[in-house]
Design a binder for this molecule. Structure first.
Ligand SMILES: Nc1nc2c(ncn2[C@@H]2O[C@H](COP(=O)(O)OP(=O)(O)OP(=O)(O)O)[C@@H](O)[C@H]2O)c(=O)[nH]1
Ligand SMILES: [Mg+2]
Length: 253
């Protein structure tokens, strides 16, 4: 009897610990230049519908559920005095969502130096997953994922990362992108769906060069990070052929 009681107590304590861990909020950071759509995305995720966003002074922070994960998302305004202060919000973040405006070619260099590099350099984000979002898929003549990845030299990243095209306004592509992120963050719900229905979780927006030997590896990239434990870059999109000249832009080691 005593042994049974002890067993029940130990199991109860273990279950409490597991439940506590599972219900712990996962902190994600939304980063990107002014007007890329961070606030629009935050409230699309929280409310499931578009809002009329105005430039953020300071930050917005919201907690919401994504599948079986409790997320705590920080949307940092990037204008004015806020830019140099962003790094003070890095600590404790499990994931970094970096948004890029597909229509804004001129500011890609600024994205590299003011958004990506500071995040990569920070010790606070050394274990974070990086999700890049090319926002505003609804606009015409925007940059392709290939163009953005090459310009930002994302293939050099030695982190877990992926890139998707989305529209924070219409909701297009958000589920694919956040399912990938949720999988990296340990969502058993997304994992189950992924295992049952692998095709649906492929990265459908990334268009690799034709006949490339890594095409197969890339097309399963959404699942790769789960099934294959990477030793270095989970950087799914390795493409040395298209990297010339851009390597120096991001020297993530
Ligand atoms: N066409 C289009 N417009 C978008 C999309 N997402 C956001 N916008 C618009 O882009 C503008 C800026 O959006 P915000 O969400 O305020 O951008 P932000 O990144 O939070 O900007 P800051 O707070 O200034 O850092 C707004 O007019 C949005 O309606 C999108 O997917 N497509
Ligand atoms: Mg904002």
């Amino acid at each position: 009897m005593v042994r049974n009681g002890l067993f029940t107590k130990v199991m109860g304590q273990a279950w409490n610990k597991i439940s506590k861990y599972r219900s712990k909020e996962i902190r994600i950071l939304l980063l990107g230049l002014e007007s890329v759509g961070k606030t629009t995305l935050l409230y699309r995720l929280k409310l499931g519908e578009p809002i009329k966003a105005t430039p953020t002074i300071g930050f917005n922070v919201e907690s919401f559920q994504y599948k079986d994960l409790s997320l705590n998302a920080w949307d940092l305004g990037f204008g004015g005095k806020m830019r140099p202060l962003c790094q003070h919000y890095y600590k404790g973040s499990n994931a970094v969502v970096i948004m890029i405006d597909r229509g804004d070619r001129e500011r890609l260099e600024e994205v590299t130096y003011d958004v990506i590099k500071p995040a990569l350099k920070s010790e606070d984000l050394k274990d974070a997953v990086f999700l890049f979002l090319a926002n505003k898929s609804d606009i015409e003549d925007g940059m392709s994922l290939q163009e953005i990845s090459d310009s930002l030299a994302l293939n050099n990243l030695k982190r877990r990362w992926n890139i998707f095209t989305i529209s924070a306004l219409t909701g297009d592509g958000i589920t694919e992108a956040f399912d990938w992120l949720a999988l990296q963050l340990g969502s058993s719900q997304v994992k189950q769906t992924a295992e049952i229905n692998k095709i649906q979780t492929e990265v459908t927006h990334f268009l690799p060069p034709q006949n490339h030997p890594e095409t197969c590896e890339r097309s399963y990239s959404a699942l790769a990070c789960f099934f294959i434990r990477p030793t270095q870059a989970v950087g799914i999109h390795k493409d040395d052929d298209n990297n010339d000249g851009d390597d120096e832009k991001i020297d993530d080691v």
